[in-house]
Ligand binder design. Structure first.
Ligand code: F0G
Length: 480
C-alpha cells in the first residue's frame, strides 16, 4: 500500500463533488479551504501563499498563525456538529486509507490547509499511546498521571505531526527543496517526509551538539546535512538568510503550518478522555512551537464546542536554557532576553526561542506554570520514566521533573488528571542514557543532594564470565 496518499479521496473525506451520506449533519462547508495567516504581533492578515519565505510579518516582524475565518463567521445551528465530528474521527481509525490512518489527517476538518488532501504526505504519524504511569503516580500521590508518548511517531519524535502538515503544503505549492535548522529531531523528521515526497532537503545543525541517533536519521533519509560551527540559534539565523536567496521552503516551527499538525495531539488527548480534557498538560519548552501548537489545539476545540474548558498548560525548560522562565518571572512574558544555552538535553538547547510570544500566551490563558529543572533533575526523571518501561529523550523528561517540583510546592492537587507530553524516543540519544547508568553523565557538583537517589536508579551493565553459574551468581539474592 503506498505510504503517500495520492489523489484518491478516502471514503469519509469531504469533497464537494462526493458528499458522504452524513454530510448534512456534519456541515461539509467546514472543510472549505479557507485559511489565512494572521500576524501574532500586529494582527495583519496575509494569504497563505503570500507570506515571506521566513514567515515573518513584513510590518512588525512577528510570526503568523493559521486562522479559519469561516469558523468565526458561522454561528448557531450552522456550526459543525461536535458529536458527528467525534464519531467520524474515531471511525476513520478503522479505515484502510492512508489519510484516515494518520493521527493528524483523520482530524482534517480542523486543519483545512491544503487545496487537496490528496497532496498530503503521510507516514501514518500520530495516534500515539497515552500511558498511565503507575509508579510515578504512586510516588507523587497523583492517581491520574499519564504520558502522551510522542516519541512513538514514525521518526521517533513529535515533529512528525507538524512535518506531515507543513511539508504537504510545500509539496502542493510546487517546492522542490525544503530546509530546517535543527537540534536533531526536526531534521530527522523533515528528511524522512521529504524523501517520501521525492523532494530534496537541506539540514543545518550545530556542530557536535546533536545526538547521534538524529544525525544518523537525517543522513539515512538523504538530506544534505551541514554541521555549522555555531549553535541552534546561529543555524536559524543563517537559514533565514538562505531561504530568502533561493526557492527553498522553510520547515522550522516558525512555519505556521507546522503548528497545525502539532495541535492534533491535543485532539487525541481529549478523545482519549472521552472529550473531558485533563486538568493539567505539561510540555517541554525549546523553540516553543509545541506548547504553542497544543494550546492552539485546545483553544480551537473549545471554540468549536468540542470540549468545555482548557487544561492548564505548563512549560518546563532546562535551567541552562530557560529564556522563557526568566521572561515570565521578570515581566510576565512581555519581553524575552535571549540566553546562551547549555544543557545535555540537546533537543532543547535553545537560547532564543522563536515562538516565545505564542507560548507565553498559552501559559497565561490557561493559568499554567513556567519553570526550569536542573541537569540532575532531568537525568533522574528520565531514569524514573525508564524504570516504568517508558524510555524517552532527556528533553522529554523535563516534564516529570517539572511535575515533581510543582507537586512539592503544592501547585498540583492529588485529584488532578495530569498528562506529561513525552516528545522523543529514548533511542534518539542512547549515549546520554548509557552515560547516566555508567555514572559518567553528571558531575559531583550537579549530583549534590541527589547522590543516593541517582545510585538507586543506575543499572550499569555487568561484565560476567560466560558460564551459567556466573550468570546465576549475578542475580543471586535478587530472585525470589
Ligand atoms: N523535545 C524534543 C525531543 C525536541 O526535539 C524539541 C525540539 C523539544 C522537546 C522542544 O520543542 O522547540 O517546540 O519547544 N526540537 C527542535 C529540533 C528544536 O530542531 O528538533 P519546541
Amino acid at each position: 500500500m503506498p505510504q503517500t496518499a495520492v489523489g484518491q479521496p478516502s471514503v469519509s473525506a469531504f469533497h464537494a463533488e462526493q458528499k458522504p451520506p452524513y454530510a448534512g449533519t456534519l456541515n461539509p462547508d467546514m472543510n472549505d479551504n479557507l485559511h489565512q495567516l494572521r500576524c501574532f504581533g500586529c494582527g495583519a492578515r496575509v494569504e497563505g501563499a503570500k507570506s515571506s519565505p521566513d514567515f515573518r510579518c513584513s510590518l512588525c516582524g512577528d510570526l503568523f498563525e493559521v486562522e479559519y475565518p469561516g469558523w468565526v463567521e458561522r454561528k448557531g445551528h450552522d456550526r459543525p456538529n461536535p458529536g458527528a465530528l467525534k464519531w467520524l474521527w474515531r471511525e476513520r481509525r478503522c479505515s484502510s486509507e492512508a489519510l484516515d490512518n494518520s493521527g493528524v489527517w483523520r482530524f482534517r476538518e480542523l486543519l483545512p490547509i491544503l487545496e487537496s488532501f490528496g497532496d498530503a504526505v503521510t507516514l501514518r504519524e500520530g495516534n500515539t499511546p497515552l500511558y498511565h504511569l503507575p509508579r510515578a503516580s504512586k510516588a507523587l500521590g497523583i492517581d491520574q498521571l499519564y504520558a502522551k508518548h510522542q516519541g512513538m511517531n514514525p521518526t521517533g519524535s513529535f515533529k512528525d505531526t507538524g512535518m506531515t502538515s507543513a511539508l504537504s503544503v510545500a509539496k502542493e505549492r510546487g517546492f522542490e527543496w525544503v530546509a530546517c535548522a535543527s537540534t536533531g529531531n526536526t531534521s530527522a523528521s523533515m528528511a524522512a517526509y521529504a524523501a517520501r515526497a521525492g523532494m530534496r532537503s537541506l539540514v543545518l545543525i550545530p556542530d557536535g551538539k546533536i545526538a547521534w541517533g538524529k544525525l544518523a536519521q537525517a543522513m539515512d533519509y538523504g538530506a544534505v546535512t551541514c554541521q555549522l560551527k555555531t549553535d541552534f540559534d546561529g543555524c536559524m539565523k543563517i537559514l533565514t538568510k538562505v531561504v530568502k536567496e533561493a526557492r527553498i521552503y522553510l520547515l522550522n516551527s516558525v512555519n505556521p503550518y507546522r503548528l497545525e499538525g502539532q495541535k492534533t495531539p491535543a485532539f487525541e488527548i481529549a478523545e482519549a478522555f472521552d472529550w473531558n480534557v485533563p486538568d493539567h498538560l505539561i510540555v517541554p519548552g525549546g523553540n516553543l512551537g509545541n506548547s504553542s501548537a497544543l494550546g492552539k489545539g485546545f483553544r480551537e476545540m473549545r471554540e468549536l464546542g468540542l470540549v468545555g474548558r482548557l487544561p492548564r498548560i505548563s512549560v518546563i525548560q532546562a535551567a541552562g536554557a530557560n529564556p522563557l522562565v526568566r521572561s515570565m518571572a521578570d515581566n510576565r512574558g512581555a519581553t524575552l532576553e535571549p540566553v546562551e544555552a547549555h544543557t545535555r538535553a540537546t533537543a532543547i538547547r535553545i537560547g532564543n526561542p522563536a515562538s516565545w510570544r505564542k507560548a507565553a500566551r498559552v501559559i497565561q490563558e490557561t493559568d499554567g506554570w513556567c519553570l526550569d529543572v536542573t541537569e540532575a533533575e532531568i537525568a533522574i526523571a528520565k531514569a524514573e520514566l525508564g524504570s516504568e518501561g517508558l524510555g524517552c529523550e532527556p528533553a522529554s523528561a523535563v516534564t516529570l521533573a517539572g511535575l515533581k517540583k510543582l507537586r512539592a510546592r503544592g501547585a498540583v492537587a492529588s485529584g488532578e488528571t495530569v498528562v506529561l507530553v513525552l516528545t522523543g524516543h529514548t533511542l534518539k540519544d542512547a549515549d546520554y542514557t548509557i552515560d547516566f547508568h555508567r555514572g559518567t553523565l553528571l558531575t559531583d557538583e550537579e549530583k549534590v543532594g541527589n547522590e543516593a537517589l541517582i545510585e538507586s536508579l543506575r543499572r550499569n551493565a555487568i561484565v560476567v564470565e560466560a558460564t551459567p553459574e556466573a550468570v546465576l551468581a549475578t542475580i543471586k539474592g535478587r530472585v525470589q
